[in-house]
Write a protein that binds this ligand. Structure first.
Ligand code: AMP
Length: 212
């Protein structure tokens, strides 16, 4: 099963995609996580992506498509995967169509959250180097500025500061939101889920939609 999670930054795509991927026993593939890893390792791709990501703009399609195609060619993705943060442009969606034929996907899940709530969520988000995610109000680490799961320090992503979040939202509305209409017009299962509510109940709603 090839699944896409779509929605604005801060909608909870990463959180939900990880949970659903574990339930379905397929890999969760998040291009934002892969790019952050490339930046922290200082690879060629990371050096090219770093400043673009800090501004909240999109890394060029050719770079992201190359990275994603390599990832989905790995054995663990042969039975399917959940994409989180890709495609973000019509050009990236076209690359998936070319790779797999048809729409390139079996289903898309759109998580809806309004802009004020997004800014509140993202500006309070903290994470650690191992990818554990917290929120200063909604889900703080019990260890303060240290991750209560692995002991690493927690920090705010450079692109989670309020001005950058507003830019990321603008980029989302202009370049990524049109993918909703794009996939609604394709022969794939399409679900919309309200992203405001308890984490468990949102996971349940997604699983119920995927496995009626
Ligand atoms: P995310 O973790 O999904 O919010 O992504 C963080 C940042 O990585 C984005 O603001 C972009 O700069 C970059 N990025 C992630 N995925 C993509 C993509 N599919 N296309 C272009 N840039 C991306």
């Amino acid at each position: 099963m090839r699944l896409l999670f779509l929605g604005p930054p801060g909608a909870g795509k990463g959180t939900q995609a990880k949970r659903v991927a574990a339930n379905l026993e397929i890999p969760h593939i998040a291009t934002g996580d892969m790019l952050r890893q490339a930046v922290s390792e200082g690879t060629d791709l990371g050096l090219k992506a770093r400043a673009i990501m800090e501004r909240g703009d999109l890394v060029p399609d050719d770079l992201v498509i190359g990275m994603l195609m390599e990832r989905i060619a790995r054995d663990d993705a042969s039975a399917g995967f959940i994409l989180d943060g890709f495609p973000r442009t019509i050009g990236q969606a076209a690359a998936l169509e070319d790779r797999f034929g048809g729409a390139g996907l079996d289903a898309a899940v759109v998580i809806d959250v309004d802009s004020d709530e997004i800014v509140r969520r993202i500006s309070g988000r903290r994470m650690c180097g191992n990818g554990h995610v917290f929120h200063v109000d909604d889900a703080p680490s019990t260890e303060g500025d240290t991750c209560d799961q692995c002991g690493e320090p927690t920090y705010q992503r450079e692109d989670d500061q309020v001005e950058t979040v507003r830019n990321r939202l603008g980029v989302y509305r202009e370049l990524t939101e049109p993918l909703i209409a794009f996939y609604q017009d394709r022969q794939i299962d399409f679900y919309r889920v309200d992203g405001v509510g308890g984490v468990d109940s949102i996971t349940d709603a997604i699983m119920a939609a995927l496995r009626p």
